[in-house]
Ligand binder design. Structure first.
Ligand code: ARG
Length: 403
């Protein structure tokens, strides 16, 4: 094993990363710096400091990344209306490159040559962390304890904790917990009973959205303001990116918006079933499509829709910092120059629907589309020729087929 002087560990303070911390100290006999990111997971982070201190960590980094997460990662992705496999808003996928970026930044700052993460050997997250680190600093070594140590089961993990005097919370003593990943964009839940896609997910899986059946019987009307493709206000009140998403999470959660029960294809090769809750993100996707509907040219909008699955797949597979993602981003960003205005939505029992939209940069022309007499020069005979020429090849084809 190469001698390492310092390792920066992505550390949540939970049981798994506490064990990883101890294992790194023992295995490499070197200083471990912990990095804990506040991504709006809704967890107290100070306990992580206390736990790291107890494990003898001298350099403890707890960083509030909420604004950076939303403005530099979530919003650029929303400009693309990105969905993986048509449904998943990529809440976990988009957080990994940000965490990796800061792991690399801290490693450089403290002169560490390695970073470590607690992602398991079967998931997408290990791929995302490591591809991001590769792209940002190829000289940094990556340690993935779950792929390296001999611990193969939950039981062995608890035994290791016991042996090393790592406190195991009583609720972690029984069977394995759900695998939960939360941040300002979403909560994802996998594992346990959910591993059987034939089983209906129990109610207690849902953490930040009410059951639509219990959502208010009166709809709530909200207005979201956009500037150049990004949401900037709710009901006329300007907000920072993180504050805006937090506000919409509250509204969406109350109305049971943004639940998803999905079987998806992991990059690594297997199918997995998860429950996602993305209340604010779901509202924003609908609102963004609403403002784009009046501000984007048809061909521009369709081109965006064509590249979207590719762009979403790049993010899902961990290629955020790859050149092709940046190229697609440039295209998407350029399309947003005139995507400004306001969208009004109705939130009601699991749905967020656009009910009106306005923009100073609108391409919509009532004069052009109206059924009434119009002042704008539009010659109906043009439509006749347009259809005749488009129909030319269909008439040839049908005649040949003997229809
Ligand atoms: N399957 C989702 C994804 O790959 C969620 C992963 C959640 N991560 C976790 N450690 N529970 O994006």
């Amino acid at each position: 094993m190469t001698k390492l002087e310092k390792i920066v560990l992505s550390y949540s303070g939970g049981l798994d990363t506490s064990i990883i911390l101890k294992w790194l100290q023992e295995t490499y006999g070197c200083e471990v710096v912990t990095f804990t990111a506040d991504l709006g997971q809704g967890e107290e982070l100070e306990p992580a400091r206390a736990k790291a201190e107890m494990s003898g960590v001298n350099d403890i980094r707890i960083v509030d990344l909420r604004e950076e997460f939303v403005s530099d990662f979530v919003f650029p992705m929303l400009r693309a209306n990105a969905l993986y496999e048509g449904q998943y808003l990529l809440g976990s996928s988009i957080a990994r490159p940000l965490i990796a970026k800061h792991l690399v930044g801290i490693a450089r700052e403290v002169g560490a040559h390695a970073v470590a993460h607690g992602a398991t050997g079967k998931g997408n997250d290990q791929v995302r962390f490591e591809l991001a680190v590769n792209a940002l600093d190829p000289s940094i070594k990556i340690i993935a304890p779950w792929r390296q140590w001999n611990i193969r089961s939950r039981m062995q993990l608890l035994e290791y904790a016991e042996k090393h005097h790592i406190p195991v919370p009583s609720d972690k003593r029984g069977e394995a917990p759900f695998s939960i990943d939360a941040n300002l964009l979403h909560t994802s839940t996998e594992g346990k009973i959910l591993e059987n896609p034939a089983e209906v997910a129990p109610d207690h899986v849902y953490q930040r959205t009410v059951d639509p059946v219990d959502a208010p019987d009166t709809p709530e009307i909200i207005t979201i303001g956009f500037e150049r493709g990004d949401p900037v206000s709710v009901n006329g009140k300007s907000m920072t990116p993180a504050a805006l998403l937090t506000e919409l999470n509250g509204l969406g959660g109350r109305h049971g918006i943004g639940r998803l029960d999905l079987v998806e294809n992991r990059f690594i090769g297997m199918k997995s079933r998860g429950i996602y809750e993305t209340p604010g993100g779901t509202i924003l996707l609908t609102a963004h499509r609403g403002i784009e509907s009046i501000t984007l040219d048809r061909a521009a909008a369709h081109l965006k829709d064509e590249i979207m699955p590719r762009y979403a797949e790049l993010i899902y597979n961990g290629f955020w910092f790859a050149p092709e993602r940046e190229m697609l981003q440039a295209l998407i960003d350029q399309s947003q120059t005139f995507v400004s205005g306001e969208v009004t939505l109705r939130l009601y029992k699991e749905s967020a629907s656009v009910i009106s939209r306005t923009s100073a940069c609108s391409l919509y022309s009532a004069d052009l589309v109206t059924f009434e007499e119009s002042a704008i020069a539009y010659d109906h005979h043009d439509a006749e020729g347009f259809i005749r020429l488009n129909g030319l090849r269909l008439r040839s084809w049908a005649a040949r087929n003997g229809r």
